[in-house]
Design a protein around this ligand. Structure first.
Ligand SMILES: NC(=O)c1ccc[n+]([C@@H]2O[C@H](COP(=O)([O-])OP(=O)(O)OC[C@H]3O[C@@H](n4cnc5c(N)ncnc54)[C@H](O)[C@@H]3O)[C@@H](O)[C@H]2O)c1
Ligand SMILES: N[C@H](CO)Cc1c[nH]c[nH+]1
Ligand SMILES: [Zn+2]
Length: 432
């Protein structure tokens, strides 16, 4: 873990080094992903089968076996112990309730001359949801991806999830059974993104691909953008904790490790001004590392990408957090509402010492698919609005076309666009 201090002369350079490394722009990864995308585009299912064998150790003989049928999801849901099923259903219910607040409606208004203007909102026809599954299984990501799509009214939700060595997680299947997934394919990585973008004989092409994933998934999504829509860059997880020293160091250690354990490329950062407290948290992290099932992953992440930043005051803490624009920001402070106005860039803000990031990962309600790599400067949490398209509506009345047409004619002439000018002029003349 790196230790930075704003009082040191090389602080700016070291901070830059810490967050300028762009997990979404690694040339070696880009080359590999480009090759995978091209192979799937040209060879379809055969390439998907070959990459699934190579990267997930799953040797399927025919493309039909790539699909996991709904009967299997239902069976998984039925076989969950009742308390587990209740936990899953409670999470689904809370995530659905939250996302219902995000519904977008069609609207219109009528001007004095009878011209009607508006915006029509329709769901996308078919979306692809990527559920990660390489290093851990993510039933929560099934809910977070599918529920907003379902709330938006998307009729076809195509899910992909890698199943390394053919190990299918029953929670993942059960989650799909409760949130409106239409079809599920046992594929992952860049090959899954390619299959959803281009379509193969057995996997349908979609209009938009959403969902989190590792660097291969995030890079593939970025590269197919344009051919299909994507939600955002939701790559390796990140957490930035600002602490005023009021929280138990042990609590904060678990919070920092909760993201480090996702991926060696995940990033956990602690910011504060109380030297003794910062040291206590760092020591608690070292101790807690030994207790993790996924200790090697978390240790690599914390050692190579983690940081403790000692600042002079709250203003410096906020400025640094805003420049990093983390996926998750925890305000582990006594008065989080007072801090909020100073925070500009963060995918999700966890306010106060009781709001640990893990609550947001599973069931607080807001979406856990969030922008990473600094993209919270311009991207937002996955939501219902990612699953709709908006068409502008223009219904000119004769009188409206009369007045607007004359002005449009002048503007078109100024641009030297004759057909535009004539098109507008014939409407305005018709009304005179
Ligand atoms: N930002 C978010 O909203 C969010 C949410 C949940 C999870 N995450 C992140 O999602 C990621 C999940 O990663 P994961 O690895 O567990 O699952 P994953 O499904 O994202 O990736 C697994 C796939 O990566 C591909 N892959 C692995 N190594 C490869 C290689 N060397 N070459 C080519 N392809 C390769 C394989 O195809 C494999 O199927 C983590 O980084 C986690 O932090 C992010
Ligand atoms: N923290 C992840 C987003 O970066 C989401 C998640 C799912 N399960 C556990 N965590
Ligand atoms: Zn998490």
């Amino acid at each position: 873990m790196r230790k930075l201090d704003t009082r040191e002369p090389d602080f700016r350079a070291r901070l830059h080094e810490l967050h300028d490394w762009d997990a979404n722009n690694d040339p070696a990864v880009e080359d590999r992903v480009r090759e995978i995308l091209a192979a799937v585009r040209e060879q379809g299912d055969q390439a998907v089968l070959a990459y699934t064998r190579r990267f997930d150790g799953l040797d399927l003989q025919e493309a039909a076996a790539l699909e996991i049928p709904p009967a299997q999801w239902d069976a998984a849901l039925a076989s969950l112990p009742p308390s587990d099923r209740e936990a899953l259903l409670l999470a689904a219910h809370r995530v659905r309730s939250y996302h219902q607040h995000q519904r977008m409606e069609t609207w219109t208004y009528t001007e004095a001359d009878g011209t009607v203007l508006g915006q029509r909102v329709l769901p996308l026809s078919r979306v692809g949801i990527y559920v990660p599954g390489g290093k851990a299984a993510y039933p929560s990501s099934v809910l977070m991806n599918a529920i907003p799509a379902q709330v938006a009214g998307v009729p076809e939700i195509i899910m992909t999830v890698p199943t390394p060595q053919g190990q299918i997680n029953p929670w993942v299947l059960a989650a799909a059974a409760v949130c409106g997934v239409s079809r599920m394919f046992t594929i992952g990585g860049a090959q899954a993104v390619a299959a959803l973008a281009y379509g193969t004989a057995s996997i349908p092409a979609v209009d938009k691909i959403v969902g989190p994933g590792n660097i291969y998934v995030a890079t593939a999504k970025r590269m197919v953008f344009g051919r299909v829509g994507i939600d955002m860059i939701a790559g390796p997880s990140e957490i930035l904790v600002i602490s005023d020293g009021s929280a138990d160091p042990q609590w904060l250690a678990w919070d920092l490790l909760s993201q480090a354990e996702h991926d060696e490329l995940a990033q956990s950062i602690l910011i504060g001004w109380d030297d003794a407290h910062l040291e206590a948290v760092a020591a608690a992290v070292e101790e807690a590392l030994g207790e993790l099932d996924r200790a090697p992953i978390a240790r690599k992440s914390w050692t190579e990408r983690g940081a403790v930043i000692r600042v002079r005051d709250r203003a410096e803490a906020c400025a640094i957090a805003n420049s990093i624009a983390p996926e998750h920001l925890e305000l582990a402070v006594a008065d989080p509402e007072d801090w909020l106005p100073e925070i500009e860039n963060a995918g999700a803000i966890f306010m106060g010492i009781h709001s640990c990031e893990a609550l947001g990962d599973y069931l607080a309600g807001p979406n856990h698919v969030l922008p990473t790599g600094g993209s919270a400067r311009f991207s937002s949490a996955l939501g219902v609005y990612d699953f709709v398209k908006r068409s502008s509506l223009i219904h000119a009345s004769p009188a409206g076309a009369g007045t607007l047409g004359a002005v449009a004619e002048r503007l078109a002439s100024a641009e030297g666009l004759t057909a535009h000018a004539r098109s507008a002029a014939c409407r305005s003349k018709a009304h005179r």
